[in-house]
Ligand binder design. Structure first.
Ligand code: ADP
Ligand code: MG
Length: 246
């Protein structure tokens, strides 16, 4: 029997920005297919943590691996990890001068060497999945925020990642657009995608998360299944945080 490595393994992780100790001894294991929601006050290190997983930020101590591949100074490993990890940001980060379809197709052509036709077929497939195929020939600026974020999700999925990281994907959206993006993420979760989602959408966390992680001041304070996390938080700081956002 082969033992499947965890999708994401973080241990004894420390990171500093200059003198500022932003991540302190973080440990987090995410099994394949698991959905993790990360929450915590602004500035607690949530973005930094998930950005370390595909080395958008570099850590100084500790270990990170993705599907058993160690994130170290090997460029080969980093390339391999970036192939497995898709990321969706708060501010979509679409290319404004490219159409929706091109936004989804171009990364496949540039970093996977796909032929245009094949890349565009893939783009249309995932634009269908996020339910905006009819927007394919528009530019991002012609779309609502919710639609743009769904394009960003489709673009990430076009690279066939094994793990998806979301950094507050709905916090820049008008309230009426939050649901359409969360619904897309729920569908992805139901299909078995491994996900780490930084969000304060606690309804989503209750519905989708296998575990909720609470961070404060660079540390993981509490990790629990949603029901226990929300109904019986163990730490005062978790209770205070939940009281403030709910
Ligand atoms: P969160 O996502 O939980 O709001 P961040 O990970 O963005 O927190 O930031 C954690 C802390 O690190 C904050 O105090 C922030 O000001 C600081 N920080 C974030 N990015 C940088 C950077 N590039 N250089 C220096 N400090 C940073
Ligand atoms: Mg953040």
């Amino acid at each position: 029997m082969t033992i499947r490595p965890n999708a994401i393994e973080v241990s004894a992780l420390d990171k500093w920005y200059g003198n500022f100790h932003v991540l302190k001894n973080i440990a987090l294991s995410v099994a394949a297919g698991e959905r993790i929601v990360v929450c915590g006050p602004s500035g607690s290190g949530k973005s930094t943590l998930i950005r370390c997983i595909n080395r958008l930020e570099e850590h100084q101590q500790g270990r990170i691996s993705v599907n058993g591949i160690a994130l170290n100074d090997s460029v080969k490993n980093l390339d391999a990890i970036r192939r497995e990890v898709g990321m969706v940001f708060q501010h979509f980060n679409l290319f404004p001068h490219l159409t929706v379809k091109e936004n989804c197709a171009l990364p496949q052509i540039l970093s996977r060497g796909k032929r245009r036709r094949e890349a565009e077929e893939m783009a249309m497939h995932f634009l269908g999945k996020v339910r905006i195929p009819e927007q394919a020939d528009k530019y991002p600026g012609q779309l609502s925020g919710g639609q743009q974020q769904r394009v960003a999700i489709a673009r990430a999925l076009c690279m066939t990642p094994k793990v998806m990281l979301f950094d507050e994907p709905t916090s820049a959206l008008d309230p009426e657009m939050v649901k359409e993006v969360l619904d897309t993420m729920v569908t992805l979760a139901e299909e078995g995608m491994t996900m780490i989602v930084v969000t304060h959408e606690m309804g989503f966390a209750r519905k989708v998360a296998d575990r909720v992680v609470f961070m404060e001041a660079g540390q993981v304070i509490e990790v629990n299944e949603p029901q226990a996390f929300f109904d019986a938080p163990k730490h005062d700081s978790t209770r205070r945080f939940l009281a403030n956002i709910m």
